[in-house]
Design a protein around this ligand. Structure first.
Ligand SMILES: *[C@@H]1O[C@H](CO)[C@@H](O)[C@H](O)[C@H]1NC(C)=O
Ligand SMILES: *[C@@H]1O[C@H](CO)[C@@H](O)[C@H](O)[C@H]1NC(C)=O
Ligand SMILES: *[C@@H]1O[C@H](CO)[C@@H](O)[C@H](O)[C@H]1NC(C)=O
Ligand SMILES: *[C@@H]1O[C@H](CO)[C@@H](O)[C@H](O)[C@H]1NC(C)=O
Ligand SMILES: *[C@@H]1O[C@H](CO)[C@@H](O)[C@H](O)[C@H]1NC(C)=O
Ligand SMILES: *[C@@H]1O[C@H](CO)[C@@H](O)[C@H](O)[C@H]1NC(C)=O
Ligand SMILES: *[C@@H]1O[C@H](CO)[C@@H](O)[C@H](O)[C@H]1NC(C)=O
Length: 819
């Protein structure tokens, strides 16, 4: 190990003095200690050894960057075990690595030339491309490293297909930070059908970027030009590839597929001497390939996230209900290839998987429809180019897979439907489904099933109690008294009466797991009844302990679970009724938001804080909620906030600080970076969500989906920028008008920013948050927040690094000064 490091240090020293000529000629030898440097000294090619590795490789790296950053590796899968090696260009124009002692060729570049060359030369260009060309014909290299991408896409590289030679170029991650061998993640253009970018893990598709629609990648919303780079996706008869160019040549930027499978766009910060994350392609649950199965559509803002396209129903309703969506949906009314069939238009979609699709760039939408209609296996069509008034034709055959709903910049899709299902022939549309303010689907299920188990236990217990044989009238002690739930059981007749036999008039809404009804008990108490459709109890026993504990929580800022009902295959949960529904129905609604003045909002912020304090510290248990968001805050008749939805909550033991989970549940836009990215949750991840909540309440905008039109920031970024400029009051929702108490507003924003700080350890605890909100002492300065944008935003400028926020203009200046 020491020896390797020594050589490495010497290598750097030597490379300044012993760089080989810029152009290398056949049989010229580049020894282990020598390097080839590009003319502007931007890049350097030579032997290197990764930090914790004993192997040696030939690679290309940035010459001017202090942190050795390898952008290309020649022999990634053929490591050199010692340094007795040399690099040469053969007279045939092939780059080879030879064993100095034996002369045996260990690695060589492929021969893609069809003609023999006379005077081949090699040269490292300032783009980072090593080219081999016939002397005098630099424009047409016979070989170039850009055609053999490793894990990095440099500006000007083409990621995709050359359809004439049939060659393809894609990223493959390193195996680990110390091992450049091909890892399991790849990212490239799939050209089976209309070309699209696909990321795979081994053989499995992980993520698909929607097809290029002439302006952007379908489903990648908020795409906007930026000052650092431009990009194109070219689809023609000869090639289909993705490429980007830097607009400012003083900027150093690379797109890299990390060994962990994350795709990162990194920017070199000269001032800090480090790579900073400029853009991360975030995956939310809806980005998991085919999450909702065939003909299903995924909407991250809904609960559950999967729904069938209109006119379709789950193939397996039972599986669907327990959130196993893999089988997808099928038509309610099958197609019969009848001439009366037509198409329904679906909007705001990420277009489905285009493998197996067909396209033509010149057809019109009308011709496209005709073409699709004339072929019975054609299921959908749309324009392939939405630029201008739209042109081109894209046809799908068979199942439509991996459809996602997007807020903005979604595409239209025309899906084949039988006559009776056509929008144009239906006199009245199906009633719109009401959004219910109930816990997220999975969560509801977990609670329901757990309660089901308990209730069943309790029912059995009750039955035993009245058994004639049991003369003492109670169940013998089983020793498991601790596990018993203290939830009252309601009789079905009571519930039927309360809800007027589940009358339509009492229906509050419909959730993924069945309807929710309002009811009034005999004593006049109002209740909300969640009625569970039939489910499976499989695998959910582990949650029972948690639910038992949670049912014991009592706090006026927590929604109260009043009991359950299990009778004749009915499973129901009974909650106290919240006449004012969710906080989201107020603050995000133009008219309703006026009803919530600053005083009411501050009261809500404090109430949520107290509820959380109880969960985190004051209750017997330490409970992490994990899904705090505006819609999980319900309001009672006096507008007191109540935290609801404890299905994702986790109970922590006495000294436990944090935990890790593989199943990240929660809502994008509210998730702390360490949780969304690494599955690590702690009370500090709840604090982060609380911070987002506070900013949303003050500002009246959703963090998720918020884009400031001038500085392209999300809500947190925008708040941070205004805070730094000393103008935080600009954040306050317009509708609050005169009602604001400036001191309280400023403190709330300040506390909000403290909560969303990047590092969990910097975020305050609930105790100090309440103190900060309610007292007048000085507050610590927030550090830069984490910008977590929970959407796939490949090639957008939305998720900005903190450096970008804090020093928009300084950034380019420092970089210019740096060289
Ligand atoms: C080169 O050959 C010598 C002699 O066979 C051997 O000891 C050495 O490990 C080889 N080096 C590499 C990098 O293959
Ligand atoms: C590299 O240079 C150093 C110092 O001149 C020398 O000790 C070392 O043997 C050289 N390594 C090789 C592989 O030539
Ligand atoms: C590369 O291929 C061409 C054509 O097949 C051939 O003429 C040339 O000799 C080859 N070069 C090497 C190094 O094999
Ligand atoms: C992107 O920028 C490069 C370099 O400035 C320029 O040559 C190219 O035409 C631009 N491409 C697009 C699609 O704007
Ligand atoms: C595309 O459609 C146009 C117009 O219908 C037709 O002339 C052209 O041949 C088609 N191209 C392909 C590749 O099918
Ligand atoms: C319909 O399209 C499919 C897929 O392109 C093709 O294989 C089939 O021959 C077409 N059928 C007709 C009747 O054109
Ligand atoms: C898309 O349409 C626009 C406007 O009609 C046109 O300028 C552009 O060339 C088209 N792109 C492709 C790839 O056909």
């Amino acid at each position: 190990m020491m020896r390797v490091k020594l050589i490495f240090g010497i290598l750097i020293l030597i490379s300044f003095t012993h760089a080989a000529d810029i152009i290398i000629s056949p049989n010229q030898i580049v020894t282990y200690n020598q390097t080839i440097v590009s003319s502007q000294e931007t890049f350097e090619l030579g032997f290197f050894s990764p930090r914790n590795s004993v192997n040696h490789y030939v690679g290309i790296w940035y010459k001017k960057i202090s942190t050795r950053t390898i952008v290309w590796v020649a022999n990634r899968n053929t490591p050199l075990t010692d340094a007795s090696v040399e690099l040469t260009l053969t007279v045939q124009g092939v780059l080879t690595i030879r064993n100095t002692t034996t002369g045996i060729v260990i690695w060589s570049s492929t021969n893609s030339s069809t003609t023999s060359v006379k005077n081949p030369v090699g040269q490292l260009l300032d783009t980072g491309n090593f080219i081999i060309y016939e002397q005098g014909n630099q424009e047409d290299p016979i070989w170039q490293s850009f055609d053999f991408m490793t894990d990095t896409l440099l500006p000007g590289m083409k990621q995709g297909w050359n359809l004439i030679t049939g060659t393809e170029n894609h990223f493959t991650s390193w195996k680990s930070d110390d091992d450049p061998a091909s890892g399991e993640f790849s990212y490239g253009v799939d050209a089976r059908g209309y070309p699209q970018l696909i990321q795979t893990k081994g053989q499995e598709i992980m993520y698909r970027v929607g097809p290029w629609n002439g302006l952007r990648f379908s489903g990648v919303s908020n795409l906007r030009p930026n000052r650092f780079y431009n990009f194109t996706f070219v689809v023609n008869k000869k090639e289909s590839y993705y490429q980007y160019y830097l607009l400012d040549t003083s900027v150093i930027m690379r797109l890299v597929l990390q060994p962990s499978g994350t795709l990162e766009r990194l920017l070199w910060m000269d001032s800090k001497q480090e790579w900073s994350l400029y853009l991360l392609r975030q995956n939310d649950l809806c980005d998991k390939y085919a999450q909702c199965g065939p003909f299903g559509k995924c909407n991250i803002d809904e609960s559950p996230i999967c729904e069938c396209l209109k006119g379709f129903e789950p193939v397996s309703p039972d599986q669907w209900k327990i959130t196993d969506w893999s089988q997808g949906c099928r038509r309610t009314i099958p197609l019969e290839c009848d001439p009366s069939e037509g198409f329904n238009k679906y909007s705001n979609l990420k277009l489905p998987d285009t493998r197996g699709s067909w396209h033509n760039h010149t057809m019109t939408l009308v011709e496209c429809e005709k073409m699709c209609k004339s072929n019975c296996s054609c299921t959908a069509y749309t324009n392939s180019n939405i630029s201008g008034s739209g042109s081109g034709c894209l046809l799908w055959f068979g199942s439509l897979i991996d459809i996602k709903m997007v807020d903005e910049n979604g595409d239209n899709l025309y899906v084949r439907m039988p006559y009776s299902e056509l929008d144009s022939t239906r006199s009245s549309r199906a009633p719109r489904r009401v959004r219910v303010i109930v816990p997220a689907a999975f969560v509801v299920l977990v609670i329901l099933v757990s309660i089901y188990i308990f209730c069943r236990f309790n029912t059995r217990k009750q039955l035993q109690e009245v058994k004639p044989g049991n003369k003492f009238g109670h169940v013998p002690e089983t020793g498991s008294a601790d596990k018993e739930i203290e939830l009252p059981l309601f009789g079905l007749s009571t519930i039927l009466k309360a809800t007027n036999n589940f009358s339509m008039n009492n229906k509050l809404g419909e959730g993924g797991f069945g309807p929710v009804y309002k009811g009034v008990l005999k004593d006049g108490k109002e209740i909300a009844v969640k009625r569970l459709a039939k489910t499976s109890t499989q695998g959910l026993h582990e949650f029972t302990n948690e639910i038992t504990s949670i049912s014991k929580l009592q706090h006026r800022n927590l929604v109260k679970l009043m009991g359950c009902c299990i009778e004749r295959k009915e499973v129901m949960l009974i909650y106290e009724y919240m006449p004012n529904k969710g906080l989201d129905s107020f603050i995000f609604d133009k008219t309703q938001s006026k009803l919530l003045d600053w005083h009411a909002r501050y009261h809500i912020i404090i109430g949520i804080a107290r509820g959380l304090l109880y969960l985190h510290q004051d209750s017997r248990l330490r409970i992490i909620h994990r899904d705090l968001k505006v819609s999980n805050i319900l309001l009672d008749k006096d507008m007191n906030p109540k935290i609801s939805d404890f299905g994702t909550a986790r109970t922590f033991g006495g000294n436990q600080i944090e935990a890790k989970t593989k199943k990240v549940v929660g809502t994008y836009g509210y998730m702390a970076p360490e949780y969304a990215g690494g599955g690590i949750f702690s009370i500090k991840s709840d604090i982060y969500s609380f911070g987002v909540l506070v900013l949303e309440i003050v500002c009246g905008e959703k963090n998720r989906g918020f884009v400031h039109k001038e500085n392209c920031n999300n809500l947190i970024g925008h708040a941070w920028e205004l805070h730094n400029k000393g103008r935080p009051l600009q954040l306050v929702a317009k509708c609050l008008g005169e009602s604001v108490n400036v001191t309280q507003v400023l403190r709330s924003i300040h506390v909000g920013l403290l909560c969303v700080q990047r590092h969990p350890q910097d975020r305050p605890t609930m105790t100090s948050i309440i103190m900060m909100l309610e007292s007048e002492g000085p507050l610590p300065s927030p550090k830069e927040p984490a910008f977590y944008v929970g959407e796939s935003k490949l090639d957008t400028t939305l998720s900005l690094s903190s450096d970008e926020i804090s020093s928009k203009n300084e950034l380019s200046i420092t970089m210019l000064n740096g060289r």
